[in-house]
Design a protein around this ligand. Structure first.
Ligand code: NAD
Ligand code: IPM
Ligand code: MN
Length: 357
């Protein structure tokens, strides 16, 4: 029996509440499968830890995490700790430190999930966003001049390397081939960002030529936002930069049932370092501590973890269990119009998996 070593970072706010349900479901799946098991080690890092220690994670945090098969992260962020500090010192440090350059975020309307778009069904909203996750607008480069003076100014610099841009675009085309998808859409803003996005567009054009079997096209990010709302069925694989991918995937969550139903994988495809799995929502201070957060996003992230370990069958079964739950509409959290708690949903998903839908 294989035992996988999982590093769990529940983080802050609802992160803790939804991670508990993800772990519950992972344990249930290991029990049902019988061929593998998990050992979960918990790390108390996050904003509470920062308020006590002035550190978001231990100095040797990355070394501590390195030996794990995967990292399972809840959410980070607390109103009294500046976000640019807390997120850069923990979440972004892990993404870049472990070269998790692929942020794979499905935008998939599940059967039974609410959709705010008129006339759109699950078959119309089913694409994958491949977000560049290691550089770009998130490089953290810039300068702050004349602080506090009337002529104060700042530069925030994006860093786009040939290696970084090429590998993410190639990943998108390879994923399209692997998953039998037919089209890759690159989303940029070359008409305004005259270095970074013109460069990206050029690299996209070059790489696309290597994949004549996959259709390719380009959209400006403003037009892509409109397309996601009006014609989401025309999207299949979307590849985009760090910042645009962040923004578009919240929009993606909104068209596919809300923040409680959106997750993603932070992947180091070469498996040189552990990959990390998380819901895309934040710590939601407005509902934290009430036990009403929807845990499906975080459990979906556990599905990504299983798929990464080679259990795509369990990924698919989890999606099916969400669809059963959403279609039955008996056990739902308030964001989906229900009255149930976070742990009720985790328990019900375990029951659905156990009974086999
Ligand atoms: P958020 O995603 O935490 O919340 C946005 C809205 O969605 C809120 O109204 C919230 O109640 C709702 N929501 C989110 N997840 C939900 C769930 N599972 N069930 C039901 N409702 C849900 O975004 P925010 O308010 O902009 O950010 C709050 C904090 O989280 C900030 O500190 C931010 O920097 C941080 N953040 C962290 C991550 C991360 O750790 N990956 C991601 C995004 C934001
Ligand atoms: C996300 C979050 C993070 C990001 C923030 C919290 C730094 O919004 O994972 O989508 O922008 O990547
Ligand atoms: Mn985001």
């Amino acid at each position: 029996m294989k035992t996988y070593q999982i590093a769990v970072i529940p983080g802050d706010g609802i992160g803790k509440e939804v991670v508990a349900e993800g772990v519950k479901v992972l344990k249930k799946i290991a029990e049902l499968d019988k061929n593998f098991d998990f050992n979960f080690d918990y790390f108390p890092w996050g904003c509470e830890y920062y308020l006590k220690t002035k550190k978001m994670m231990d100095d040797d945090g990355l070394e501590q995490l390195r030996k794990y098969d995967a990292i399972y992260l809840g959410a980070v962020g607390f109103p009294t700790v500046p976000d640019h500090l807390s997120l850069r010192e923990l979440l972004l440090k892990i993404r870049t430190g472990f070269d998790q350059y692929v942020n794979l975020r499905p935008v998939k309307l599940l059967k039974g999930a609410p959709c705010p778009l008129k006339g759109k069904e699950p078959k119309d909203i089913d694409f994958v966003v491949i977000r560049e996750n290691s550089e770009g607008e998130y490089a953290g480069l810039g300068e702050w001049h004349n602080k506090g003076q009337s002529d104060e100014f700042v530069y925030q610099t994006g860093k786009f390397t040939r290696k970084g841009v090429e590998r993410i675009i190639r990943y998108a085309f390879e994923l399209a081939r692997r998953e039998g998808r037919h089209k890759v859409t690159s989303v940029t803003k070359g008409n305004a960002l005259n270095y970074s996005m013109v460069f990206w567009d050029q690299v996209f054009h070059e790489v696309a030529k290597e994949y004549p079997d996959i259709e390719s096209n380009q959209l400006m990010v403003d037009a892509a936002s409109m397309t996601m709302v009006l014609r989401p069925e025309t999207l299949d694989v979307v590849v985009t930069s760090n910042l645009f991918g962040d923004i578009l995937t919240d929009l993606g969550a909104a068209i596919a049932g809300g923040m409680g139903l959106a997750a993603g994988d932070n992947l180091n495809p070469e498996k040189k370092y552990p990959s990390m799995f998380e819901s895309i929502h934040g710590s939601a201070p407005d509902i934290a501590g009430k036990g009403i957060a929807n845990p499906i996003a975080q459990i979906w992230a556990a599905g990504g973890l299983l798929r990464h370990l080679g259990y795509v069958n369990w990924y698919n079964k989890l999606i099916e269990s969400f669809e059963t739950l959403l279609t039955e509409k008996k056990v739902l959290t308030p964001d989906l119009g229900g009255k149930c708690s976070t742990s009720d949903v985790g328990d019900e998903l375990c029951r659905i998996l156990e009974r086999g839908f």
